[in-house]
Unconditional design. Structure first.
Length: 278
């Protein structure tokens, strides 16, 4: 069905709806929508079939061939055409104003959507406190073949524009779930173990005795990553089959959490590629 085009000339209710999605977590949850800008992010959202509900743009300046083609093929419900100055107010890009902004619908956070398989690799990030760390970890998950990312506890908002921007748009490529606590995750982990007895839960902590390169990460694995300040909670540590650390030789005692997770994911991929070659 062809999208409805609506032209507005002031900061009316439609404009305010888009603007509040950019800055207010409660409103994002209420409307089950979030704000997306940037060529990479919008391309990823389209490639991975996310439900884009609105496109927002201005025709007071010529649109690029890229934007025109997206609007031509759009299956969004609404095309909202604004004065250019309102686009300037909406856009968070520093160098130049975005020519296209998308309002995207959220998808269900149901772990049943994760496809279980014998080389499963899932990351669980408990209580992430930084949009940058969360976005960076999403990028690493996409690059290193992680099947799903699960976020638990009181955390920065997965749908905040800062998170999506830090992920360089890979947010849309990685099945990501947010859940209230470990209580919703541990029964699912037990279900995975029932189907795949070799499944293991691996926790990352600087205090572990086992270096990560001595752990067998070729098995189906859930990697647990803790909060930037407090690390893994006791509840998660008690659920782990093994705890691993990254050997370090300098004065500092730990890596940045996104950096540490990326190193462990690379080691996991290295071991699995080596196994495939043998």
């Amino acid at each position: 069905m062809k999208p409805k085009t609506k032209r507005i000339f002031s900061a009316n209710n439609d404009f305010q709806r888009v603007e509040v999605l950019k800055r207010n977590r409660e409103k994002r949850n209420k409307y089950q929508q979030f704000f997306v800008e940037g060529v990479k992010a919008i391309n990823y959202a389209l490639e991975y079939n996310w439900p884009i509900q609105w496109f927002v743009y201005s025709r007071e300046k010529p649109l690029s061939a890229w934007a025109e083609e997206i609007l031509r093929q759009s299956q969004a419900e609404l095309h909202l055409e604004l004065p250019y100055q309102l686009m300037v107010q909406l856009s968070e890009k520093e160098a130049e104003t975005s020519e296209l902004i998308a309002v995207v619908g959220m998808v269900p956070h149901e772990l049943s959507r994760i496809r279980l398989k014998d080389d499963l690799l899932v990351v669980i990030f408990d209580r992430p406190a930084s949009h940058g760390n969360l976005g960076t970890l999403i990028r690493s998950c996409e690059a290193l073949k992680v099947d799903a990312l699960i976020i638990t506890g009181h955390a920065v908002d997965l749908y905040d524009p800062k998170t999506i921007r830090a992920s360089m748009g890979t947010f849309f490529a990685v099945p990501t779930f947010r859940l209230p606590s470990h209580h919703e995750v541990l029964p699912w982990l037990a279900k995975v173990r029932t189907k795949f007895p070799a499944f293991q839960i691996v926790g990352a902590t600087a205090k572990a005795a086992l270096p990560v390169d001595e752990a067998d990460l070729t098995k189906p694995t859930a990697l647990l990553i803790g909060n930037e300040t407090y690390g893994l909670s006791n509840n998660y540590q008690e659920s782990c089959d093994l705890l691993v650390r990254i050997p370090m030789y300098g004065a500092i005692t730990s890596f940045n959490v996104a950096c540490a997770a990326s190193i462990i994911l690379y080691e996991t991929d290295r071991q699995r590629r080596k196994l495939d070659r043998n």
